[in-house]
Design a protein around this ligand. Structure first.
Ligand code: SF4
Length: 299
């Protein structure tokens, strides 16, 4: 794009955002860093509607970094109910502990310090810097990468994305300086409302006139990576069911877990599968197994 077109593109994006942005609890003029940290970790693998429901309850229980730092494994996993991927919750609590110890409860503002915190990847770190600290920095998540790929590179199918290096170059160059926060949230909204992964709505998209791939992509869904499964149900669902049982019952035996999950006629294969599931949960620090007793890990 020529510089005049870039300016026109930026104005179109920001003007669209001014009138059409999505409203969320975590989207404020300058959101508290703790609010951004928790909401971004939740949003990593959970739908926005579920996060909107869970966030106020979470902050009631853990109103500060220090309160979160004190949470036991069992506390945080119970509080994470309904969100899935419990490891995220443990890493978030571990990050709160480090922020408490190293930075007296203040979330650091530099990229290196943020990246050194458990569970904080480049996207979450740059989102914090851009949204809460108003630092001029490029933010790239999977949605922004998809939108930039389609606008600036000719994508053959809806599953294609441009190479990371090229996207990062575009990302650094394209956002208007001093408006990193609004810009990136605008691109995310356009990605969620029009430029979706499977069926982009190019005809309605406000960026259609700037987009090289508009209306020209073949719809294609990449085959999902095979995940270990049992009885046709992926392991993460079995893990979720097991943690759910432990949330309400505190302590169980592996036999009783089998009984709850498979009924009284559980087979040897069922037992074997649940033993594997329990081992993965133990390895991730979510449960403790002592002889035959299973419980959520306290610390
Ligand atoms: S025109 Fe289509 S492909 Fe391009 S940004 Fe909009 S929705 Fe995405």
């Amino acid at each position: 794009m020529k510089s005049k077109d870039i300016q026109n593109f930026q104005n179109t994006v920001l003007d669209w955002y001014k009138h059409n942005k999505r409203e969320f609890l975590w989207r404020r003029e300058t959101p508290e860093p703790f609010l951004t940290l928790v909401s971004e970790v939740m949003l990593q693998q959970t739908q926005t509607s579920r996060v909107a429901e869970k966030l106020p309850v979470f902050f009631e229980q853990f109103p500060t970094i220090f309160a979160l730092a004190e949470a036991s494994n069992a506390d945080i996993i119970r509080a994470w109910k309904g969100m899935g991927y419990n490891n995220r919750a443990l890493r978030l609590r571990d990050a709160a502990r480090l922020i408490g110890e190293r930075y007296n409860g203040q979330i650091p503002q530099s990229l290196d310090e943020l990246l050194a915190l458990p569970g904080i990847g480049r996207y979450t770190a740059t989102a914090l810097m851009s949204f809460s600290f108003k630092i001029d920095i490029a933010v790239v998540d999977v949605n922004i990468r998809r939108v930039y790929s389609r606008i600036f590179f000719k994508m053959e199918t809806t599953a294609s994305v441009a190479p990371e290096k090229e996207i990062n170059e575009i990302a650094d160059m394209i956002y208007p300086k001093n408006q990193s926060s609004e810009w990136h949230q605008a691109i995310m909204d356009i990605g969620a409302l029009y430029c979706t992964a499977r069926q982009p709505e190019c005809k309605k998209c406000p960026l259609q006139i700037f987009c090289i791939s508009a209306g020209a992509m073949i719809e294609y869904t990449s085959p999902k990576r095979a995940e270990p499964s049992y009885n046709g149900i992926p392991r993460r669902i079995w893990r979720g069911r097991t943690v759910e049982l432990l949330r309400s019952a505190s302590i169980l035996t592996s036999e009783s877990i089998n009984h709850f999950l498979f009924g009284e006629f559980a087979t040897q294969d069922d037992h074997k599968w649940i033993r594997q599931v329990l081992l993965t949960l133990e390895k991730d620090g979510i449960i403790l197994q002592n002889e035959n007793v299973v419980q959520l890990r306290e610390n």
